[in-house]
Ligand binder design. Structure first.
Ligand code: ARG
Length: 572
């Protein structure tokens, strides 16, 4: 919040000197090296270059006309024209006191809140959710949390795959090969078996393939029997999804699957034809991108020659619906990196189709999860790993650790703590790497108490809470922060001030890993602070102020974990 105030004042000062310059490029960031200050901007150099002035001169003039005396103890010019700001002790103390009073958590309310549609998780019906879905679910949920907490309006929509050619085979399988007993024991496994059986058999059997196609056509024409079976498959899948979402603490405002757009598809295609965006090609309807380098060789088909529509058509209809229904500032899609081409095509068609729309579209993609050996993450027998099994294993492994550390703890409590640690560890391991790279899944690493893990952060959280609990007669109203003195205290206080900036950075690039790393650094600052500054055994105002600092740090840490979707525990 302090950062954005400085940013505004620098922009204003620049405008006074150069009234015609575009100041939206003025960015103030935390100083990479705290030796030079708390915040820094390099914007003046670019502005000077564009307006033909000397950068150091401009920096001097900006500094002279800038009034930040209520916030900063110094503003220094460095290098070719950097401005470095050091926040005054008074300002830091004031912010800490406000935090303690519950006014803020060092996060500014946005000037203009955005309306954001988040399309994430989106698994396919009649299949088990597998590890591939975890990244979309967890990343999407974290972004939704950070957007909401930062004051934006969020609409989450689970675009489940509940329509498409696979239903021809599933319907055929259901009608001819359904094993009632297996189905009642494990419906999804039975649906997967049916699909595989029919799919394998139809590879060399044209007649069977034709039979599947006609089941599909009957479904699309609204045949009551096929609709009934299709609905049953969706119901069962949704129950499975909901169990997983409940375990992960993930919630959706809408679950508008692909089928919701079925009736709109012909209209989308004819509209694109009418506007000259799509054209007929060999009986199919296609959009060509001759003038877009990376898409030149990848035309998008929006209607197949047999009249069927596809994934792209549905996504276009979905955009149209979201624009009308929600009028969002941005729609964010969280999927696997393998869908990059698909979204590039969709975004390009959108640009041509609804170029005057204010809505921005953003594809937030992620890499694969690899096994500890760096190869694709599979079960021992080479199958895909089901998400439910993965979460079970996480909880079991965490339980073993909890029991070893707390053999006398009540069983129910051990289990509850293990649940939070297990699920939290999986989530954290998923959010910590740069989302664009593949990452190696390692149980040992993610459940370790050392290093950048959920376990380490959860432990830091319990420790800080236990200090506050033990403090006895401490009262936050007695805290003044006047006794803060030790470098470790200041380092921690200054880290807290950056919480808001980190959340902005998370949203700017849709990268929760920034928040993970921030919390890890925060936890390390807290540890260094304990090391240097006794809290409970300190005396007088020192003790009170340090407890106040612990409380602020505890709140930021707990909020950070909550934004990652990680449940905290009282004890470990
Ligand atoms: N169901 C798709 C899949 O599992 C993901 C859908 C993503 N969202 C979208 N609007 N296309 O690959």
């Amino acid at each position: 919040m302090i950062r954005s105030i400085i940013e505004q004042r620098v922009s204003r000062a620049v405008l006074e000197i150069l009234p015609d310059v575009a100041v939206d490029q003025v960015k103030v960031r935390p100083c990479p090296n705290p030796k030079f200050g708390d915040y820094q901007t390099n914007a003046l150099m670019a502005i000077a270059k564009r307006s033909g002035t000397n950068p150091r001169d401009l920096a001097t003039r900006v500094r002279d006309s800038l009034d930040v005396s209520d916030i900063c103890e110094s503003v220094e010019i460095a290098g070719a024209g950097f401005l470095n700001f050091r926040i005054s002790g008074d300002c830091v103390r004031r912010l800490l006191r406000e935090c303690l009073e519950g006014t803020h958590l060092f996060v500014a309310v946005p000037v203009t809140p955005l309306k954001v549609v988040l399309d994430f998780s989106s698994p396919n019906v009649a299949k088990s959710m597998h590890v591939g879905h975890i990244r979309s679910t967890i990343l999407g949920d974290c972004l939704a949390r950070v957007y909401r907490f930062s004051g934006h309006q969020v609409i989450t929509d689970n675009h489940i795959g509940d329509w498409g050619t696979q239903f021809g085979k599933l319907l055929y399988g259901w009608k001819h090969h359904l094993d009632e007993k297996a189905f009642s024991e494990n419906p999804i496994t039975e649906l997967e078996r049916l699909y595989k059986q029919v799919n394998d058999a139809s590879e060399a059997d044209e007649i069977l393939l034709e039979a599947c196609r006609s089941e599909l056509v009957r479904l699309q024409q609204g045949d009551p029997e096929n609709l009934r079976i299709w609905n049953a498959m969706i119901e069962i899948s949704k129950q499975q999804f909901d169990t997983i979402y409940q375990r992960l603490g993930v919630h959706f405002d809408h679950t508008l699957g692909e089928s919701a757009y079925n009736d709109a598809l012909p209209g989308v295609v004819s509209d694109l034809l009418e506007k000259g965006i799509a054209s007929e090609s060999d009986g199919a309807t296609v959009v060509f991108f001759e003038d877009v380098k990376e898409l030149k060789d990848h035309p998008a088909m929006i209607r197949k020659s047999d009249g069927g529509f596809n994934y792209a058509t549905t996504d276009l209809a979905t955009i149209d619906y979201r624009l009308r229904e929600f009028d969002p500032d941005v729609v964010i899609y969280v999927t696997d990196g393998r869908q990059q081409l698909h979204f590039k095509q969709i975004f390009e068609i959108f640009r041509r189709w609804k170029g005057d729309s204010r809505t921005k579209l953003e594809h937030v993609w992620f890499g694969a999860i690899l096994g500890d050996d760096g190869r694709p993450f599979k079960t021992r027998s080479g199958g895909t790993i089901k998400l439910a099994d993965l979460l079970d294993e996480a909880e079991e492994r965490a339980l073993a650790v909890v029991r070893e550390k707390n053999p006398d703890m009540q069983w129910e409590m051990q289990k509850e703590i293990a649940r939070c640690i297990g699920i939290g560890a999986v989530k954290y391991a998923d959010l910590l790497p740069n989302r664009n790279s593949d990452y190696r899944f390692s149980w040992d690493r993610m459940l370790s108490l050392q290093g950048n893990t959920a376990v380490y952060l959860l432990y830091a959280n319990t420790r800080i809470n236990s200090i506050i609990r033990k403090a006895g007669d401490y009262s936050p109203t007695d805290v003044t922060f006047e006794t803060l003195e030790d470098p470790a205290e200041w380092a921690l206080a200054r880290r807290l001030m950056n919480f808001g900036f980190i959340l902005e950075a998370v949203l700017e690039e849709s990268r929760p890993n920034y928040l993970c790393n921030y919390l890890y650094e925060l936890a390390s600052d807290i540890a260094a602070f304990y090391d240097q500054c006794p809290v409970l055994t300190a005396g007088g105002q020192n003790r009170t102020d340090r407890l106040g600092l612990c409380q602020c740090a505890g709140r930021v840490l707990a909020k950070g974990l909550e934004l990652l979707g990680i449940e905290t525990v009282e004890k470990m």
